[in-house]
Write a protein of this length. Structure first.
Length: 77
C-alpha cells in the first residue's frame, strides 16, 4: 500500500519509493533517505510534530510537512 511518511503509524515500516528532490534537504538524503531504503516511524512528538524516524539504521527527527513529501510503500509485517 502506497502512502507518505506522515501517514505511518508508530512501529510501522515501509520502503521509500520516491520524493521531490527540491523539497528534501541534501542532509536528509546523505543520512539515507533514498529510494529503496527502509524507514520506520519510531515515535511521534506529543503535539504530533516532529516525527522520530529510523532510516536504514540512522535515527533522525523531521517535520511533518517534510514527511508529507516522502512517498513510501508499507511493508506487511
Amino acid at each position: 500500500m502506497e502512502t507518505t511518511v506522515d501517514q505511518l503509524k508508530k512501529g510501522e515500516k515501509a520502503i521509500i519509493i520516491g520524493f521531490d528532490l527540491e523539497s528534501i534537504p541534501l542532509k536528509l538524503i546523505e543520512m539515507g533517505c533514498m529510494e529503496g531504503h527502509w524507514i520506520e516511524l519510531v515515535q511521534v512528538a506529543p503535539l504530533g510534530d516532529p516525527l522520530y524516524l529510523e532510516i536504514n539504521g540512522a535515527h533522525l527527527a523531521i517535520r511533518k510537512d517534510m514527511a508529507k513529501e516522502i512517498q513510501v510503500e508499507i511493508i506487511q509485517n
